[in-house]
Write a protein that binds this ligand. Structure first.
Ligand code: SF4
Length: 427
């Protein structure tokens, strides 16, 4: 199918949705540049790297030798058929891609897990056990007057988050909304994008991410009227935490932001739980919500589709013929490290850098043309990028909207969904 022309013609597109991180900005302007694309407006370092990646259309390969797509599909189907336990991992794809993975995993009696699940499970454990009060990007952008960034280098993960959600000069309800306070709770967090006339105060509270839960638990106790002894809380002067609590109590709409990938330490789900419990309790006297970021590499789409179709958010096995859920046993990293699986199908259609963990397990690699796996995969099938080489749909990190992605250039690279459907048909 030819690429869709914008109203400006000549492959010049406005209001393009960007699939290269979880917040799916939908205001980019993209134009042609030589053989490729150029981000003309509203880009960032990640979107420029993604949209401006040169088009390469290598052949599929089996054992490192060029073959036709049909031959590669047949070889992949043979490997899945012969496998005792295939794992379907990576899963950097759009909604259609993950739907096709689910169908293939069911027919091939395998296990599905996303490359970024380890982080996502810090959230899922809390959602499944005690629940939370979350807001959306739109609600935060239009209503919040206090943002607390808890341990996440948001600017690195989502380079336009502050520009779009925190520093916006007007809101849906006012052309001149009140100024905002932004508190950074953590170490070495990039604050450079928090600027402009909307920002009133920027407060830095340096703390290790492992100690954030102590701060939230102390504020929870303060909220209940308890007396906390000692001069310090989580290694910080007590007055610092009392000041933060006073800011929370005084906010009209406070938002605590975290990103599961940034909480990379043991039992970090307890930090998410401490944030969530504080938010629930302070809501009795003022409006407060959590906002979890992350969701890069299609992680939000993968967990959403897996939940719709199986009832569980990833780490699902179809070995018995019915979906079976176990967040520990069916973790792809663990299965590969323990040699409990004998085949890995790895899917990465956004980034050439999303690599599987090192293992000796034979691999079917369905990925970006520029990927350089450390070992030659048994089968390699290059695929296009959703939102660049073909149209698609992705679920935004706040889980409330799915955004349409557009085909921006003509390419011979197939959709991952089509490749996976062909493999399923050949099983
Ligand atoms: S912040 Fe994320 S979604 Fe927005 S333009 Fe950059 S990579 Fe794309």
């Amino acid at each position: 199918m030819a690429s869709e022309k914008s109203r400006n013609g000549a492959n010049h597109y406005e209001n393009v949705a960007c699939p290269f991180c979880g917040i799916l900005c939908d205001d980019l302007e993209i134009g042609p540049s030589g053989e490729g694309l150029k981000v003309l407006k509203n880009g960032c370092v990640k979107s420029v790297a993604g949209f401006e990646r040169p088009l390469r259309e290598p052949s599929p390969q089996v054992d490192g030798k060029d073959v036709s797509l049909d031959e590669a599909v047949a070889a992949a189907a043979r490997l899945i058929k012969e496998s005792r336990l295939p794992v379907f991992g990576g899963l950097g794809t759009d909604v259609d891609g993950i739907r096709a993975v689910m169908a293939l995993a069911e027919k091939g009696a395998g296990i599905v897990d996303h490359a970024l699940s380890e982080g996502q499970y810090r959230n899922f454990k809390v959602l499944q056990s005690s629940g939370w009060v979350l807001t959306t990007l739109t609600e935060a952008r239009n209503r919040a007057d206090l943002f607390i960034v808890a341990g996440a280098d948001v600017h690195e993960l989502h380079p336009r988050f502050f520009e779009r959600i925190v520093c916006n000069e007007a809101s849906m309800f006012s052309d001149n909304p009140p100024k905002r306070t932004v508190v950074f709770l953590g170490e070495n967090l990039d604050q450079s994008a928090v600027k402009g006339k909307r920002i009133g105060e920027v407060v830095t509270i340096p703390t290790k991410p492992e100690r954030i839960a102590e701060i939230l638990d102390a504020m929870r106790a303060m909220n209940k009227g308890a007396t906390i002894s000692g001069d310090t809380i989580a290694g910080l002067p007590r007055a610092t935490i009392e000041d933060l609590f006073a800011r929370c109590k005084g906010a009209n709409y406070g938002v605590i932001i975290w990103a599961p990938p940034s909480l990379a330490f043991p039992n970090a789900d307890l930090t998410v739980q401490a944030i969530s419990e504080f938010v629930k309790e302070i809501n009795l006297t003022t409006r407060f919500a959590g906002l979890s970021l992350g969701g890069n590499e299609g992680a939000t789409s993968a967990s959403a589709v897996c939940s719709w179709q199986s009832g569980f958010p990833l780490r699902v096995s179809f070995v018995s013929g019915a979906p079976d859920y176990d967040p520990e046993r069916y973790a792809a990293n663990r299965l590969l490290a323990a040699n409990e699986c004998d085949l890995l199908l790895w899917l990465t259609s956004f980034s050439p850098d999303l690599m599987p963990p090192e293992s000796d397990v034979p691999t079917i690699f369905i990925g970006q043309p520029g990927t350089k796996p450390s070992r030659t995969p048994k089968v390699f099938i290059p695929v296009g990028t959703p939102g660049v080489d073909h149209a698609g749909t992705m679920v935004r990190v706040d889980n409330v909207v799915s955004l349409p992605l557009r085909k921006l250039r003509d390419s011979k690279l197939p959709r991952a969904a089509d490749v996976l459907e062909k493999i399923e048909a050949a099983l």
